[in-house]
Structure formats: C-alpha cells, structure tokens
Ligand binder design. Structure first.
Ligand code: AMP
Length: 397
C-alpha cells in the first residue's frame, strides 16, 4: 500500500474541507422525533472535526444513513445526528436540506473559519451508490479539500467514497482512518505470535477470506456462532435444525484441510446451548456433546466449549476477534459471547476486535477498556484484513 497523505500535511486555514464520515448510527423514535442511541461513530470522528476547527478550516461533513434507496425519507434524515454532534462539539452544526445543489453550495461559501456544516444524507440521491462522475463533481464543488474519515465505508465503491476522492485535487485521510490503518496493517501483515484468531457470526462466506489470509500466520483458530455448524457438519456431526447451508459446509471443509496442512489448531464447539426456535428461550438446554438433536438448533456455545476456548487463549501474544458466539441479541443466548469477551479481556495478549456485533458485545460485557483496539469497520475491516484493495483507499493514492 502506498503511503497516504494525512490531514496534518495539508494546510486547512480558510479552506472548505469536505470530510466523508461514517455517521450511519442507530436511531430510535421518541414521539415524533428520532434520537441517536449510540454515539460511538460520532465520537470517532471528533478528533478530525476538532482539528479542522482548530486549524481555522471550514468543515463540511458528509455521510450516508441507512438505506433510503435514493429517496428523501424523513426517517433517514441526519437531523438527529446534527443535534447530537452539536451537543458533543459544544457548537452549532448547520444541517443542509440536500447534499448538492445551490443551497449547500451557497452555504459552503458563507461558512466562516471554524464553522461546521453537515450535508443531508448522501443516499437521498440515487447517484451516491452509482459511483457517478457528475455527482462526485457536484460534491467537490462544495469544497477545496477532500478528507476520508469513514473507515467503515472504505470497502464501498460509491460516489462519495471512491469517485469524489479519485477526482479531488487535494485529498488525504483523517485521524480515524489513520488510526485504523496503524492498528490493522501490522495485524494483517505480521501479527505477533502466538496469534489466536476468533471468528463467529452467521456466515463463513463473509469470513473465509480473512481465515484463508491468516492461515500461514496464525497458531490457533477458534470458531463460534452459526459458522461453527458448517464445521461440525463437514466433520460428520449432526447439527439438527441449526442455521447452515451446503455452500458453507464446502467452505468449512476447505478450511479444515487448510488448517491441517498448515498445522494450525482449529477449535470448534464441543457442546451447545440449543433451542427449538431462534427466539424460544423456554426450550433452551445444553447438549451433552457436539451433536445437536433433530428438532433443535444451536443458539450459543455450551459451557465445555467456553472452557476449551478459554484454554485456547492461553499464551497468546495477539488475539483478533470478529463475530458473536451465539444469538447474543437474545439475552438468554448471550452468555457464551459475553463470557468469551471477558476471558479475552483478562488475557495479557494484544487484543483487537472488529465488526459491529463483536463491538456491541464487548461494550455490553463492559470490557471495552481492556481491548487494545476496536475497529469501527465491519465489512471494511474484514476486507482490509483479507488483503483486498479497498476502493476508498485506492482512490486516495
Ligand atoms: P455476522 O454478521 O456474520 O457477524 O453474524 C452476526 C449474527 O450471527 C448475529 O446477528 C447473531 O445473532 C448471529 N448468530 C450467531 N450465532 C448464531 C446461531 N447459533 N444461530 C443463528 N444465528 C447466529
């Protein structure tokens, strides 16, 4: 990867600085209004925004929110985000009613040094997801400098994340992207060993690239979540009605062979919490072994598996965790995920995690501060770790 220009290398004073941020935050409705329920992504962007203000730049923020599919829908307005950001910054945040056109252009010229403006949801325009040259130029009319600080969106070749930076004359990365790259690049290239990789969640197809990338560099792989059933099935173990399809089983077989050839230890569940349905907490029970009976589905790892995985963490110098061990959104099925988060937190290894669900689990388990690095990306983190070229980074070279 070629070195990227960073925000600190670009003079910002009196310049209109466009920052692509990831303000795709969870919202909830309170009466007529929508409110932000998790400010992690807003807080993540603050260092870059504050730096622009301090330098006397004129900050123009742009983000997508949800999937409004090219239409202006009130539910997906960035209004609650502007309100929360204003609170966090302790200053006014001007919200435009569109992300391009005469209104935002006029306002961009009226900004004074240190002002902050947030453009309305980029995805209210269908062109945002079409990687359009015309739309990119309309966004660039608003600014003198393009800064990329939306790490979680760098894997998307959309207009604001790819075409706009590609066409921008002056461009660089903000502090969040810089921090992510500084943490993830050494992990990807040369993790300190012994390295233990923990993967959970629902689909191997999303994670196979990461697993394969790390096979030559990892000492132990721990598998949990619905992904684990494909490994069990590949080994000939009954998995009842657990979530799994044949393609996942093929991928799991390939990985089992790869691990064997590379002498990588692969840990899969030896018992499970099972239920009749994914939300039927009353029917939950622990299996005596790795097999899952007919009519039941796995919803979490069992106590013997947790003990096995705790042992699997011993001696690790580096641990990377992505994906929950079970259906952790249902409190009765969250124990495996939360307990594992605590066990990872208690090790002396360098601890890194990525992906929305693992982050939520770490926060809910109350062990966030024990982790050395928690990536703000989901898909972007995984694609970066598997060695794929991220369009949003390519466009900045
Ligand atoms: P992913 O997006 O691939 O990281 O998957 C996260 C999702 O996997 C979460 O919504 C979990 O509820 C789900 N998940 C984890 N374990 C299981 C399981 N045993 N059965 C069904 N879904 C699961």
């Amino acid at each position: 990867m070629r070195p990227l220009r960073t925000i600190t290398e670009i003079p910002l004073k009196a310049k209109r600085v466009f920052v692509r941020v990831d303000f795709n935050v969870p919202l909830k409705q309170e009466g007529e209004a929508w409110v932000v329920t998790d400010t992690t992504r807003l807080v993540g962007a603050l260092p870059t925004i504050r730096y622009i203000i301090e330098q006397g730049g004129r900050c123009i923020l742009a983000s997508h929110l949800g999937r409004p599919k090219g239409k202006s829908i009130k539910k997906y307005s960035l209004e609650p985000v502007a309100a929360k950001l204003s609170e966090l910054l302790g200053k006014d945040v001007i919200l435009t009613d569109d992300c391009i056109g005469d209104g935002p252009r006029g306002l961009s010229h009226q900004l004074r040094n240190g002002d902050v403006m947030l453009l309305e949801n980029l995805r209210f325009r269908p062109e945002e997801e079409e990687n359009s040259v015309e739309f990119a130029n309309q966004l660039l009319e608003l600014c003198d400098i393009y800064i990329s600080d939306a790490f979680g969106a760098l894997h998307r070749a959309h207009t604001s994340t790819f075409m706009a930076p590609k066409l921008a004359a002056v461009k660089g990365v903000g502090f969040l992207v810089q921090k992510e790259l500084e943490a993830l690049l050494p992990l990807r290239e040369n993790p300190h060993r012994p390295f233990v990789l923990i993967m959970g969640g629902s689909k191997i197809s999303d994670k196979i690239g990461v697993l394969e990338h790390f096979l030559p560099k990892v000492d132990r792989v721990i598998i949990g979540g619905a992904m684990a059933y494909a490994f069990l099935k590949a080994r000939g173990t009954e998995i009842g009605n657990s979530l799994c399809d044949d393609r996942q089983v093929q991928l799991a077989s390939k990985l089992i062979k790869g691990a064997l050839v590379r002498n990588v230890e692969l840990l899969i569940p030896v018992d499970h919490l099972v239920a009749s349905k994914i939300d039927d907490t009353k029917s939950a029970s622990v299996t005596p072994g790795a097999a899952i009976p007919d009519g039941k589905m796995g919803v979490d790892i069992g106590p013997n598996t947790l003990a096995l995985y705790e042992k699997g963490l011993e001696g690790a110098e580096t641990i990377f965790w992505n994906g929950p061990m079970g259906v952790f959104e249902v409190p009765a099925f969250a124990q495996g995920t939360f307990e594992l988060a605590k066990k990872i937190a208690a090790t002396t290894a360098k601890k890194l995690a990525g992906g929305g669900d693992s982050v939520a689990a770490i926060v809910q388990a109350g062990v966030e501060s024990s982790f050395d690095f928690i990536s703000t990306g989901g898909g972007a983190t995984l694609e970066f770790l598997e060695g794929k070229e991220l369009p949003g980074l390519k466009a900045l070279e």
